[in-house]
Design a protein around this ligand. Sequence first.
Ligand SMILES: *[C@@H]1O[C@H](CO)[C@@H](O)[C@H](O)[C@H]1NC(C)=O
Ligand SMILES: *[C@@H]1O[C@H](CO)[C@@H](O)[C@H](O)[C@H]1NC(C)=O
Length: 376
Amino acid sequence: MLRLLAVIACLAKVAIATCPDDPEVDLCETTGEETGSGFRSSPWMALVLPLATARPKVATGLALVLALAVGAEAVTCGELKDFYKSEACCGSPTTVLSNPVPGSPACPYNFNKPACNTAEPQTPRDLSTGATGSMVPKAATLTDAQANFLPLVNVHFHLGAEHKSDAYNNDTDAMAYDAASSGRRLASNPRPGFMCPTDTLTDAQMTPYTFQHCTGDVQVGKSYEVHYVHSSAGTDNDASDGMNADLLADGLGGAANGRGLLNPMVVVQGQIYQIVNGGPTVNDLLHGWTVVGHNNSVMYSGSTTGQSHDNSVCSPYVITWHVDKDCHQVSPESFDNLCKQMKDLYGMSVDLAPHGSRILVSPTYVVQSQYVVPLA
Ligand SMILES: *[C@@H]1O[C@H](CO)[C@@H](O)[C@H](O)[C@H]1NC(C)=O
Ligand SMILES: *[C@@H]1O[C@H](CO)[C@@H](O)[C@H](O)[C@H]1NC(C)=O
């Protein structure tokens, strides 16, 4: 709408030649001194008509834009004039408007994050034996087959597991981080999540490795929860390549708003890898959580995660989670190759470093255990 006023201001200069009245003066004069004229009853046309003779196409387009911008609930010239004055625009064309121009449609979306006590069930949920939850999900949980129908739009990983299970439950690093940052987010360091056990690893298995492609805190012995994000807002450009993942990119923009969609269906598959020297080689960690058959995986309804959410500020997105409850050892070379593929095949960069892990969500804000079911 600011642009609309700018257009009006520009057109006003052109209009002066044929229109006897200065629109700036008219918008600012009081009702008593209203200057009447044929054009006056339709100020928009008064501005546009002088242009019509010279460039009919442009003028028609502008008239249409102005008509649409002003909105269907016909705003009167008087209302617009009152608004112009109440915003203290008179004699001050660079003043920034503090209210929407009358007739502007209200945005139906509120992008403030919801408080947890009004949000839908959240993620990461504790998946340990006996862990409880309180909420009943409203959204359906998509199945494995339905997930694979949705294009893969992003792959990223978190330092440690955001989820907690019987297999990954070492919170030593997480507790140290939280104590050091007194609950507040440290800008440069990602918050560690739960780690797979390291006490059984030999010195040889713990030998450090210099990663060539992954950046940030990626180390032998540490665990990472890799998220495979599928969304109906993605696309499969090449159906013949057997890979439903043609638009992989950094971040969650493609999942949340790809192709302008505002209500996509999203499934995230979470697999937890521990980097171990001499660990199993996995040639392609990028195009799916394909290392095992997921016989120890669950599905449930939750939300997006990350360090910007906790137990008071919650995520506004409702998505399906598929999570493998096992730790999977993988060689450092294989994990580094994941980053190499992200970079070389898709030009990704931000997601080559681990993201921080959201603090485990309180049982108050996650689904009841009856809604955490074996992956099917
Ligand atoms: C848990 O993590 C800490 C810190 O990395 C480590 O010293 C400890 O041995 C780990 N415990 C197990 C059971 O792996
Ligand atoms: C899952 O399958 C693997 C073999 O692929 C097996 O070793 C493991 O015990 C199975 N786990 C469960 C929970 O059935």
